[in-house]
Design a protein. Structure first.
Length: 76
């Protein structure tokens, strides 16, 4: 049984390409799920006007610069 040399090149390349597309698809699905889980709340300090985010869902968060507690401005 003779195998065409073209099939020896195309078949492994096609399988490798399919594996790469599958891996990229899985990575994309995982990154979308990870982004959905991480909801950040935006805060703005009333004293030093620093804008910062926090992933904890609390009504107040401490400013990283001056340490004052501030209310949330927006929730993502």
């Amino acid at each position: 049984m003779l195998i065409d040399p073209l099939h020896l090149i195309i078949l492994p390349m096609a399988l490798a390409l399919a594996a790469l597309f599958f891996a990229a698809w899985l990575y994309d699905i995982r990154s979308v799920r990870r982004r959905k889980k991480k909801k950040e709340t935006v805060y703005r300090c009333m004293d030093c006007h620093c804008i910062y985010t926090d992933t904890h869902h609390t009504p107040l968060a401490r400013c990283p610069k001056c340490g004052k507690q501030n209310a949330a401005v927006r929730q993502r």
